[in-house]
Write a protein that binds this ligand. Structure first.
Ligand code: HEM
Length: 435
């Protein structure tokens, strides 16, 4: 549908979403639904809070309280993924496994994919590496980089915000901490994009081979960095992860585990997500000029809540899975032992039982930070404090340097990359005047 907003003509899926009228029509395994999943979430939350998606077989959970319960009840809900059981692999998973064995390292289990007590033991090392003092020490670097990146395009009057700002800000920060060279960010971005694409549904064997070979290329880039840091620790985050022994394991992480950590927990988990939140924030500001005016008027007062509202409303991680450890009764539905549960954090984040006027961005919302965008419980996002600093300085640098802005006419389709778990805007072309 062509939609007119101000003088901007664009295809606006947010205003033309798929709206199922009954639960019988609902599914999340459809690219058009994922483009704007919020009407489907609303329907499921009210009419089928435990919904077995006919296309994926997963049990989709959409209410805030249920999602919190799932995140905290680790006795019944497991983070362990069947794909981690190497003995039982078939099809594309087996194909990828053999390629890793032949040419690289079979990735171990990431932090997010483990259950306690192993998870807790490994998380202690991560908590130490991401300690508050280190995140505070990174703050000036995050702030400077945000202003440098805006400075690079501010005189042009226009930019692709995703490529020129939202990608490089978190990626450069994580590169510095993970031993990678800043000039390699676009190569690393290609690898993380390939990994991200490799997590989609219904991939062909060729697509799986491509995505696995890209990950193997990344492994050969990172492996010498691990080896160097073992010889010469340098005080970075990765140096801590490489060298710190997990007492209960009697050893530090091995190469296979480190490769999983690099790709899943830090480069994808820690940069794609923040990139998507930064882009979503600017898109929300373009759609809500009143919010932009209030941010311009008093950024110190409103920016923290704005960052929380962006993560709540656009949830860069829309949902993640858990496995039922026993039969579980919820809202009259029995979820059988072994079933995969799709915890839709993004649906809980727009639950009117928790958030008044849940679809609105509200700079005065008192419970804005209680969203599930960073999950809850034992797997609560390790990088949330860093992400919050990156969002704060990212938006602050933009607000301080830009007087007015708009979406560039005719250049945006505002579509997201189709992915089940992450919400990623492809591009965001804006025009502006400098402050
Ligand atoms: C806006 C940005 C971010 C969002 C929306 C986000 C979201 C999430 C979510 C929803 C989880 C929960 C996983 C679960 O419950 O199973 C998570 C976990 C995690 N995140 Fe983030 N994240 C962000 C930024 C970061 C950053 C900057 C880093 C690190 C540099 C990071 C590293 C991690 C790690 C390692 C975990 C696994 C924690 C565990 O299982 O104990 N994230 N994140």
């Amino acid at each position: 549908m062509q939609k007119q907003i101000g003088d901007v003509t664009m295809i606006n899926r947010m205003d033309d979403p798929v709206c199922p009228t009954s639960v019988d029509e609902a599914t999340l395994a459809d690219a058009e639904v994922l483009e704007c999943p919020y009407p489907t979430y609303d329907l499921l939350r009210e009419q089928a809070p435990v919904f077995r998606d006919p296309r994926t077989g997963m049990y989709v959970i959409t209410r805030y309280e249920d999602l919190r319960m799932i995140c905290t009840d680790t006795a019944r809900f497991s983070n362990h993924r069947p794909s981690n059981d190497h003995a039982n692999l078939t099809g594309n998973a087996l194909l990828a496994h053999r390629l890793f064995q032949e040419k690289g390292w079979v990735p171990g289990v990431s932090l997010a994919g483990r259950d306690d007590p192993e998870h807790r033991q490994m998380r202690r090392v991560f908590d130490e590496a991401f300690r508050p003092k280190r995140i505070n020490d990174l703050d000036p670097q995050v702030r400077n980089l945000a202003y440098v990146l805006v400075g690079n395009f501010i005189d042009d009057g226009r930019c692709n915000f995703v490529r020129q700002f939202a990608v490089p800000l978190p990626l450069i920060i994580i590169c510095h901490q993970m031993g990678a060279r800043e000039e390699d960010i676009w190569q690393i971005k290609e690898w993380t994009d390939a990994w991200f694409k490799g997590t989609g549904f219904g991939l062909t064997a060729e697509q799986v081979i491509w995505s696995t070979e890209m990950e193997i290329q990344a492994q050969h880039y990172f492996q010498p960095i691990f080896e160097r840091l073992r010889q010469e620790p340098d005080g970075t985050l990765l140096s801590d992860l490489v060298n710190t022994e997990i007492p209960e394991w009697g050893r530090p992480l091995d190469d296979n585990e480190l490769h999983a950590v690099m790709m899943q927990d830090t480069f994808v988990g820690g940069s794609e997500t923040t990139t998507n939140a930064l882009s979503a924030g600017i898109m929300l500001l373009a759609r809500n000029p009143d919010v932009w005016a209030r941010l311009k008027d008093d950024p110190e007062r409103h920016l923290k809540t704005f960052c929380e509202e962006v993560v709540r409303l656009e949830s860069p991680v829309q949902g993640l899975t858990r496995t039922a450890k026993t039969d579980i009764e919820l809202h009259g539905v029995t979820i059988p032992q072994g079933a995969v549960i799709d915890a839709r954090f993004a649906a809980g984040n727009r639950d009117g039982r928790q958030f008044a006027c849940p679809h609105d961005i509200d700079l005065d919302r008192r419970n804005a930070a209680s969203h599930l965008g960073f999950s809850s419980g034992t797997h609560y996002c390790l990088g949330a404090p860093l992400a919050r600093r990156e969002l704060y300085w990212g938006f602050k640098a933009f607000v301080d340097n830009v007087a007015e802005f708009r979406l560039a006419p005719g250049e945006n389709d505002l579509r997201h990359y189709p992915n089940y778990a992450l919400r990623a805007l492809n591009a965001l072309h804006i025009e502006f005047t400098r402050a």
